[in-house]
Structures are given as C-alpha cells and as structure tokens.
Design a protein around this ligand. Structure first.
Ligand code: 13P
Length: 248
C-alpha cells in the first residue's frame, strides 16, 4: 500500500516571518497525521523551515533544482547544496516549464541529478488548456513522463499530475479525468521499467478541502501537490487529515 503524501508548494510566497509562522502553525496542526507531509518553501527559507520541523515527521522539499554540481551558474542551486537540508525536490513544475524554459530534456537532467544526490524527485507533469481542449492530455503526459525517465534506472520517485489549466484558477480537474491520467502515468512508469504500484501519484491544481476528498478517493491518486491552500495552515492541515482518512 502506498503511503499518502500531501506536499505544499509555497511558490514565491511568504516573507521570512510569515514562513516561520506558517511552518510552526502547520507543525502544530498536522503533526500526528500518518500522511507524509512535505513543505516546499522558497529556497531562502528552506533551512529555516527544515529547522522548524526538526523532531517532527514532516519533510521539506525544494521547488526546483539545477543539474550541474557547481560552477558559473548565477542564481542556480545544485542538488549537492540541498542534501542534508531537504529530502524532496519538485522537478518539471509547469511554471518552470512555461516561464523559465524547462524542456522535457531539461526536466530529465534534473531527475537524474536528484536521484544521484539521493533527493526524492516529485516529477510534475500535465497538459495545458489548449492541449486539454484538443484531447491531447494523454499524449502530452505520456511524452513528459517518458522523456523525464529516459535516462534513469528504476529509483524511488513521486509523480504529480498538475493540469496547467487547473493551477491557481479555482477550476480543479474533474476527478475522473485525474484518475484516468494517473493510470496513464502508471502505464508510462511501467514502460520506463519502474514498478508503478510503488510510485505515489499526486493530483495538483486548485486543490481545496472541498474537492480534495474526491481526488484521494480515486484508486490511483495518493495525495496532493498543493499551491494556494498550502499557505493557509488550517486548510493545509485539513488536506493532510483528508488524505489520512482516505488511506487508512
Ligand atoms: P494551486 O493549488 O494554487 O492551484 O497550485 C497548484 C500547484 O501548482 C502546486 O504545485
């Protein structure tokens, strides 16, 4: 049985004091849950958040990584610099793909780098609005997963289905569509040589406490990758509770 995961992607939000307050509130409200809780704050608060979670069973993750080990890459962060500070790293988030030029091949390099450094990649995939309207969701997700995993042997991994049109719009995917794409992801994992039953597949895109129980009730959805609702400690703790209830 796959352990549920609820990961909060804070994106480029929170001041230092807001980050401190938020992580402490989440720690208080969601501490006892059997769900794996992962907080992905901005890089600059990663150390602060990791320290605030010391002694709890909650984990931290980076929102992105760079694949080179060191060198003249102004503004980038290497996986080796993250080791010891966090356990997870999101790769392939659609905002990185869309706004910062991350191609499928770049995402693949980031997956390789994470795996080499012992960071658990959260591989984010998903079609955009145009692709969705054209009925190309399956083809796009198959290509994204296949390319991202082309260079790696089977290795622990988390996948996240985040349809671009559902992110930050309040227009979450229909749960049956998300379930179907989760099975597509598992099929691509199998083709890539992974054991698909061991890989948690998360849903992300306008997750709220109102719609989340419907997602985690799906047999192939093991939790959520949450943006906006992860900035509200009560909402986030509710999502953690809902994932635990659905799984146990
Ligand atoms: P929202 O939950 O704000 O739609 O963001 C989802 C997301 O992009 C998480 O990575």
């Amino acid at each position: 049985m796959r352990r549920p995961i609820v990961a909060g992607n804070w994106k480029m939000n929170t001041t230092r004091s807001e980050a401190e307050e938020l992580v402490l509130a989440i720690r208080t409200l969601a501490a006892a849950a059997p769900t794996e809780v992962v907080i992905c704050p901005p890089y600059v608060w990663l150390d602060l958040v990791s320290r605030a979670l010391e002694g709890s069973n909650m984990k931290t993750g980076a929102q992105d990584v760079y694949w080179e080990e060191s060198g003249p890459f102004t503004g980038q962060i290497a996986v080796t610099q993250l080791v010891g500070m966090c356990e997870y790293a999101i790769v392939g988030h659609s905002e990185r793909r869309r706004l910062f030029g991350d191609t499928d091949e770049i995402v693949a390099r980031k997956v390789v780098a994470c795996m080499g450094a012992g960071l658990m990649p959260i591989l984010a995939v998903g079609e955009d609005a145009e692709e969705h309207a054209a009925g190309r969701a399956e083809a796009v997700v198959r290509r994204q997963v296949a390319t991202a995993l082309a260079e790696v042997p089977p290795h622990p991994l988390v996948a996240a289905y985040e349809p671009v049109w559902a992110i930050g719009t309040g227009d979450a995917a229909n749960r049956e569509h998300a379930q179907w794409i989760a099975t597509v992801i598992r099929d691509e994992l199998r083709i890539a040589g992974f054991d698909p039953e061991t890989v948690p597949v998360l849903y992300g895109g306008s997750v709220t406490p109102d719609n989340f129980p419907g997602f985690v009730a799906q047999p192939d959805i093991d939790g959520g990758l949450v943006g906006g609702a992860s900035l509200d400690a009560r909402k986030f703790a509710t999502l953690v509770e809902q994932a635990s209830t659905a799984a146990y």
